[in-house]
Write a protein that binds this ligand. Sequence first.
Ligand code: MG
Length: 111
Amino acid sequence: MNEYQDQAAKFDLFRATGNYDTVAFVEKVLGLVGEAGETADKVKKILRDKEGRISEEDKLEIVKELGDVLWYVANVARYLDTPLEKVARLNLEKLEDRYQRNLIHGEGDNR
Ligand SMILES: [Mg+2]
């Protein structure tokens, strides 16, 4: 994951600035939300126009959007000086803790 993050940095047009208090960082956060929206839009159109039937082409287009989401996640983390591996590990640890305490369902970031 960290190797992906390093390679993804190459395509950050603002990478020279690379700091969390810059417009470049905000651009990455906005990009992340935008790509998540593009993913949702692809699924919405499948529901609306194709009666929910997903073709192999549809899957590929959704997977490409997930790649865009991943790119922004990797770069947001980079601006926070955080290896992508750590993002993944902390997430799994959080979910495992909730699972062990039977709190997978419910609300709240820190339950
Ligand atoms: Mg996209």
